[in-house]
Ligand binder design. Structure first.
Ligand SMILES: NC(=O)c1ccc[n+]([C@@H]2O[C@H](COP(=O)([O-])OP(=O)(O)OC[C@H]3O[C@@H](n4cnc5c(N)ncnc54)[C@H](O)[C@@H]3O)[C@@H](O)[C@H]2O)c1
Length: 250
């Protein structure tokens, strides 16, 4: 269990859901992990549960100073930065496109898109000092196969996928790989917002019916893909957005 031995990682949005699963898997595989989240108390709880291999920081990925502090936390506590997982995300509730407010729109694009700009600026110089690195973006099947009700969120994830590919091409000479993971709907804190209706067995069943492998995604599914994309076994893979979706996008 040392696929990420000696690696230093930051996972954003790691207080819960997919981010927590990724951070825990990274620590199990030998990495040192910065647990970054808007929810500072939640981030601290995750770091405490992991132990000495983790530190936490309260950070809003839409704020430049917070993002810079997040990278400094990796450098100061562990000596550098090898892996950045841009996982923090926000959505509007599933509803008609014309009912989404301007405030909701701005928040979604700040958290899901502007954050990629800010973290790239802060993380790439630190990765260059290590001779390269890995960036992984949690995008979504929503960016590949958009459905009604999540239109503005879908667009933000489409942007994340295109930015993944463009940065992969641009950062390759620096030996920095950039890939994305596209989860299908999963059992996390955002579930009810994505469904736009209460989390009941009947409502879940309607969504599960569209997934060939017959269940929602779990943090462990996303974490398994995130370990692979971070480890040296994927050293020749860059610019991909891998569906972890039980066949949803087929
Ligand atoms: N759950 C799903 O169905 C699903 C499907 C596809 C993609 N995703 C994506 O997965 C990612 C993780 O979401 P999740 O489903 O685990 O939900 P979640 O709510 O459990 O986790 C999201 C975390 O991000 C944090 N966060 C939100 N805004 C932030 C900010 N500005 N700065 C720092 N942290 C912030 C939250 O505090 C929370 O801990 C998101 O990018 C989401 O869009 C989720």
């Amino acid at each position: 269990m040392n696929r990420l031995a000696d690696k230093i990682a930051i996972v954003t949005g790691a207080a819960s859901g997919f981010g927590r699963g990724i951070a825990e898997a990274y620590a199990r595989e030998g990495a040192k992990v910065v647990i970054a989240d808007l929810n500072g108390a939640g981030a601290r709880a995750v770091a405490d549960a992991i132990g000495a291999a983790a530190v936490s920081i309260a950070a809003d990925v839409t704020r430049r100073a917070d993002v810079e502090a997040m990278v400094a936390a990796a450098v100061d506590n562990f000596g550098g930065l090898d892996i950045l997982v841009n996982n923090a995300g926000a959505t509007h509730k599933n509803k008609p496109a014309l009912e989404v407010t301007e405030e909701e729109f701005d928040r979604i694009y700040a958290v899901n898109v502007k954050s990629l700009y800010l973290t790239t600026l802060a993380a790439v110089p630190a990765m260059e000092k290590r001779g390269g690195g890995v960036i992984i973006n949690t995008a979504s099947t929503a960016g590949v196969r958009p459905r009604p009700g999540l239109t503005w969120y879908n667009g933000s994830k489409g942007a994340a996928i295109t930015l993944t590919k463009s940065l992969a091409a641009e950062l390759a000479p620096k030996k920095i790989r950039v890939n994305a993971i596209n989860p299908v709907i999963g059992e996390t804190g955002l579930l009810e917002s994505f469904m736009g209706q209460p989390d009941t067995p009947e409502n879940r069943a309607r969504f599960v019916a569209t997934i060939p492998l017959g269940r929602m995604s779990r943090p462990s599914d996303i974490a398994n893909a995130a370990v692979f994309l971070a480890e040296d076994a994927s050293e020749f893979i860059t610019g991909v957005a891998i569906e972890v979706d039980g066949g949803r996008c087929v």
